[in-house]
Design a protein around this ligand. Structure first.
Ligand SMILES: Cc1cc2nc3c(=O)[nH]c(=O)nc-3n(C[C@H](O)[C@H](O)[C@H](O)COP(=O)(O)OP(=O)(O)OC[C@H]3O[C@@H](n4cnc5c(N)ncnc54)[C@H](O)[C@@H]3O)c2cc1C
Ligand SMILES: *[C@@H]1O[C@H](CO)[C@@H](O)[C@H](O)[C@H]1NC(C)=O
Ligand SMILES: *[C@@H]1O[C@H](CO)[C@@H](O)[C@H](O)[C@H]1NC(C)=O
Ligand SMILES: *[C@@H]1O[C@H](CO)[C@@H](O)[C@H](O)[C@H]1NC(C)=O
Ligand SMILES: *[C@@H]1O[C@H](CO)[C@@H](O)[C@H](O)[C@H]1NC(C)=O
Ligand SMILES: *[C@@H]1O[C@H](CO)[C@@H](O)[C@H](O)[C@H]1NC(C)=O
Ligand SMILES: *[C@@H]1O[C@H](CO)[C@@H](O)[C@H](O)[C@H]1NC(C)=O
Ligand SMILES: *[C@@H]1O[C@H](CO)[C@@H](O)[C@H](O)[C@H]1NC(C)=O
Ligand SMILES: *[C@@H]1O[C@H](CO)[C@@H](O)[C@H](O)[C@H]1NC(C)=O
Ligand SMILES: *[C@@H]1O[C@H](CO)[C@@H](O)[C@H](O)[C@H]1NC(C)=O
Ligand SMILES: *[C@@H]1O[C@H](CO)[C@@H](O)[C@H](O)[C@H]1NC(C)=O
Ligand SMILES: *[C@@H]1O[C@H](CO)[C@@H](O)[C@H](O)[C@H]1NC(C)=O
Ligand SMILES: *[C@@H]1O[C@H](CO)[C@@H](O)[C@H](O)[C@H]1NC(C)=O
Length: 546
C-alpha cells in the first residue's frame, strides 16, 4: 500500500517535472510563432514588434485581408500564417528569413497579393509559415534623366505608374493593366502589358534587383551573378529568396496616345472578326496593342431564346495619333468595322487609367487614384491560360462560343492577347518566360467564383479540355503569373517529386525549367523557399515517388 502510494507519488512527481520541463518546449511546438518572435526581437532589438502580428493581435485579420486580392481565398479552407510581419527595413527582412529557418517555419512573401492561387498568403499544406508582407517597403523613386526607377518590392503597378507620371509625361514602365497588381509578383513571372509588342515584358526591363537570400544575406545583380538574376526575371522569385527592390529601365511614350474600345456580338458577325484577328493583330506595327476580351452577355438582339450571346470587346492603345490608329485598323482589319469616331487621343496617364477600368469605379478618376491599393473591386475567380501558335479554325471558334454560352451572363471572361512585334525577337531562353517568338496570342480564361463553385470549376476545366486541340502542346503551355494548381502540386515535405514538378514546371517554363532547377540547386539546395509550385532543387531522391 505504502509502496504503491509512494510509487504513485513518485510517478506524479516525474510527471510534474516532465510537464514543467516540457511545457515550454511543447508550447513552442504547438505555436512555433512564439520562438520565432523571440528570435526576431533579439535580432532586431525589438524594432520589429510594432510590425509583427499574431492571430491574437486585433490587426492580424485586417492586415491579412488588406492585400488578399482574390476573395476565393477569403475563408478558412487554407492554412493561414502563424505570424505576419510587415517589415519597415531591409534588416528586418533578413531577420525574418533567419529566424524562420531557425524555428522551422516556412515563409510566404506577399507584395500586391494578386496571386491567382493565393499562394503568397495561404498554404494548402498543413505546415506553419510566416507571412512576410512587403507593403511597408514600397517607395518609388524615379530619375527621369537616367530614365530609371527604383521601387520597393511592395509597390503596386499603380504606385509605379503614378510616380513615373509625376516625374515625366513621356516615360513609362512596360507592365500590366490593373493598377492594384503588385509590380514584384508581376515581374517575377515575366509581366506583360500594352507596351509588350514595342518594349517587351516587365522582366526584360529590369536593370538590377536586391534580394535577401536563404542565408539572410542581401545580394544585388553583381553579387548574385547572372544565373540567379536571370531566374528572378520571370522564374518565380518566391523559389529563390525575398525581393527587396528593383531598378527598372523606363521607356519613352508619346505625350498623347490613341485608344478605342468597341463591342461586337455574334449577331454583328463577331466570328468573321476573330478569325482574321488571330493572325493580323500580332503583325500590326509594334506601336499597336489590340486585344480582344470575350464574354457571355444578355442581349436584346440575341438570336437565342435565352437572349444570351457572346460579346467581343476590341481594346486598343496606339503610341501615336488617333488618325493613324484608325487608318491602320481600317486597312488591316476592316472586318471589325472601326469608325474614326471610335478612336480618341488621350494622354498616356489617361490611357493607363482607362486600361485599368478606372471609369467603372469613378466617374472622374484622377491619377492619384493610382495610389489607392483598394481602388478596384476584387473579383473572386479561378483562371487558366494557354498559348496559340496556329490560328483556331472557324469550327473551333464556333465550338468556343458554344462553351461560353453554357454559362450565365457575366460568369466568364476570355482574353486573347496578341504577341508579335519585338516579342518575336526574343529567344526562348532570354528570360525564364519562354513563349514569345512565333506565338500568335495568349489566352486567358476565367470563371467567376460565385454560386455553385463545384459547377464553376467543372466548367472552366471543360473549357480548358475543349481548347486542347487548338493550343500549344507537348508541353501545353501556361503563364506562371496565371498560376493554376490543376497543373500539379509539389509534395509538402521531403524531396520533391520531380515528375510532378516538371508537369507544371515545363508548362510554365518549357526548356527553361531545367535551368531554373540548376539555379535553385545552387542558391537554395535544402529547399527552404518552398511552396505548392516552387522550383525544386536537384536531389538524388527527387525521382522517387514519395
Ligand atoms: C486583376 C488582375 C490583373 C492582372 N493583369 C496582369 C497583366 O496585365 N499582366 C500580367 O503580366 N499579369 C497580370 N496579372 C497577373 C499578375 O502578374 C500576377 O497575379 C502576379 O503574381 C501578381 O503579383 P502580386 O505582387 O500582386 O502578387 P502576390 O500574391 O503578392 O505575389 C505573387 C507571387 O510572387 C511572390 N512574391 C511576391 N512578392 C515577392 C517578393 N518580394 N519576393 C519574392 N517573391 C515574391 C509571391 O510569393 C507569389 O508567389 C493580373 C492579375 C490580376 C488578378
Ligand atoms: C542592436 O543594438 C546594439 C546595441 O545598441 C547594436 O550594437 C546593434 O547593432 C543593434 N542591432 C540592430 C539589428 O539594430
Ligand atoms: C501584437 O501583440 C503583441 C503581444 O500583445 C504585442 O507585443 C505587439 O506589439 C502587437 N503587435 C502590434 C503590431 O501591435
Ligand atoms: C514602429 O516603431 C518605430 C519606432 O520604434 C517607428 O519608427 C515606426 O514608424 C513604427 N512603425 C509602425 C508601422 O508603426
Ligand atoms: C472577407 O470576408 C469577410 C466576411 O466573411 C468580409 O467582411 C471581408 O470584407 C472580406 N474581405 C475580403 C478582402 O474579401
Ligand atoms: C522615396 O521616394 C521619393 C520619391 O518618390 C524620394 O524622394 C525618396 O528619397 C525615397 N526615399 C527612400 C528612402 O528611398
Ligand atoms: C539621375 O541620373 C543622372 C544621369 O544618370 C545622374 O547624373 C543623377 O545624379 C541622377 N540623379 C539622382 C538624384 O540620382
Ligand atoms: C454579317 O455578314 C453577312 C455575310 O457576310 C452580311 O450579310 C451581314 O450584313 C453582316 N452583318 C452585320 C451586322 O454586319
Ligand atoms: C436593346 O437595348 C438597347 C440598349 O441596351 C436599346 O437602346 C434598344 O432600344 C433595345 N432594343 C430593343 C428592340 O429592345
Ligand atoms: C428575351 O428578351 C425578350 C425581349 O427583350 C423578353 O421578352 C424575353 O422575356 C427574354 N427572354 C428571356 C428568357 O429572358
Ligand atoms: C477605310 O477602308 C475602306 C475600305 O475598306 C476605304 O475605302 C477607306 O478609304 C478607308 N479609310 C481610311 C481613312 O483609310
Ligand atoms: C524566331 O523563329 C524563327 C522561325 O522559327 C527563327 O528563324 C528565328 O531565328 C527565331 N528568332 C529568335 C530570336 O529566336
Ligand atoms: C452544383 O453543381 C454540381 C455539379 O454540376 C451538382 O452536382 C450539384 O448538385 C450542384 N449543387 C447545387 C447545390 O446546386
Amino acid at each position: 500500500m505504502k509502496e504503491t502510494s509512494f510509487s504513485i507519488t513518485y510517478s506524479s512527481l516525474v510527471f510534474l517535472v516532465s510537464v514543467l520541463l516540457l511545457l515550454p518546449l511543447s508550447t513552442a511546438e504547438d505555436y512555433p510563432g512564439q520562438a520565432f518572435i523571440e528570435c526576431l526581437i533579439f535580432r532586431t532589438n525589438a524594432s520589429v514588434t510594432n510590425v509583427t502580428y499574431t492571430p491574437n493581435n486585433a490587426s492580424y485579420e485586417p492586415i491579412y485581408e488588406f492585400s488578399l486580392r482574390n476573395p476565393r481565398f477569403n475563408n478558412s479552407d487554407r492554412l493561414k500564417p502563424q505570424v505576419i510581419v510587415t517589415p519597415v527595413s531591409e534588416s528586418q527582412v533578413q531577420a525574418v528569413v533567419r529566424c524562420a529557418q531557425q524555428n522551422h517555419l516556412r515563409i510566404r512573401t506577399r507584395s500586391g497579393g494578386h496571386d491567382f492561387e493565393g499562394l503568397s498568403y495561404s498554404s494548402t499544406y498543413d505546415i506553419p509559415f510566416v507571412l512576410l508582407d512587403m507593403i511597408n517597403l514600397r517607395n518609388v523613386s524615379v530619375n527621369a534623366t537616367a530614365r530609371t526607377a527604383t521601387i520597393g518590392a511592395g509597390a503596386t503597378l499603380g504606385e509605379v505608374y503614378y510616380w513615373i507620371y509625376r516625374a515625366s509625361g513621356t516615360l513609362a514602365f512596360p507592365a500590366g493593366v490593373w493598377s492594384t497588381v503588385g509590380a514584384t509578383g508581376l515581374i517575377c513571372g515575366g509581366g506583360y502589358g500594352v507596351l509588350r509588342r514595342k518594349y517587351g515584358f516587365a522582366a526584360d526591363n529590369v536593370l538590377n534587383v536586391r534580394i535577401v537570400d536563404v542565408y539572410g544575406n542581401i545580394l544585388d545583380r553583381e553579387s548574385m551573378g547572372e544565373d540567379l538574376f536571370w531566374a528572378l526575371r520571370g522564374g518565380s522569385c518566391s523559389s529563390f529568396g525575398v525581393v527587396l527592390s528593383w531598378e527598372l529601365n523606363l521607356v519613352e511614350v508619346p505625350q498623347t496616345v490613341a485608344i478605342f474600345n468597341i463591342f461586337r456580338t455574334l449577331e454583328q458577325n463577331a466570328t468573321q472578326m476573330i478569325l482574321p484577328f488571330q493572325t493580323v493583330a500580332r503583325n500590326l506595327p509594334y506601336e499597336v496593342d489590340l486585344r480582344v476580351r470575350i464574354s457571355t452577355i444578355l442581349s436584346n438582339t440575341s438570336a437565342r431564346p435565352d437572349n444570351k450571346t457572346v460579346q467581343l470587346t476590341f481594346t486598343s492603345v496606339y503610341l501615336g495619333p488617333a488618325d493613324e490608329l484608325y487608318r491602320i485598323v481600317n486597312t488591316s482589319l476592316p472586318e471589325i468595322g472601326l469608325l474614326r469616331s471610335d478612336v480618341q487621343d488621350v494622354t498616356w496617364i489617361q490611357a493607363v487609367m482607362i486600361g485599368s477600368f478606372f471609369p467603372l469605379f469613378d466617374e472622374a478618376p484622377t491619377p492619384e487614384d493610382l495610389l489607392d491599393r483598394t481602388f478596384l473591386a476584387d473579383i473572386p475567380t479561378k483562371a487558366k491560360s494557354d498559348f496559340v501558335r496556329a490560328p483556331i479554325s472557324e469550327q473551333g471558334i464556333n465550338g468556343l462560343w458554344d462553351k461560353l454560352l453554357e454559362v450565365e451572363p457575366g460568369d466568364t471572361t476570355v482574353i486573347f492577347t496578341p504577341y508579335g512585334g519585338v516579342l518575336d525577337e526574343y529567344p526562348e531562353s532570354a528570360i525564364p518566360f519562354p513563349n514569345r517568338n512565333g506565338t500568335l496570342y495568349m489566352v486567358y480564361m476565367r470563371v467567376l467564383w460565385v454560386g455553385n463553385t463545384t459547377q464553376k470549376l467543372e466548367w472552366i476545366r471543360s473549357l480548358y479540355e475543349y481548347l486542347r486541340p487548338y493550343v500549344s502542346s507537348n508541353p501545353r503551355r501556361a503563364y506562371y503569373n496565371y498560376n493554376d494548381l490543376d497543373l500539379g502540386l509539389n509534395n509538402a515535405i521531403g524531396p520533391i517529386n520531380y515528375f510532378n514538378a516538371s508537369r507544371w514546371g515545363r508548362s510554365y517554363f518549357n526548356n527553361n525549367f531545367m535551368r531554373l532547377v540548376a539555379v535553385k540547386t545552387q542558391v537554395d539546395p535544402l529547399n527552404f523557399f518552398r511552396h505548392e509550385q516552387s522550383i525544386p532543387p536537384f536531389s538524388l531522391a527527387m525521382f522517387s515517388d514519395m
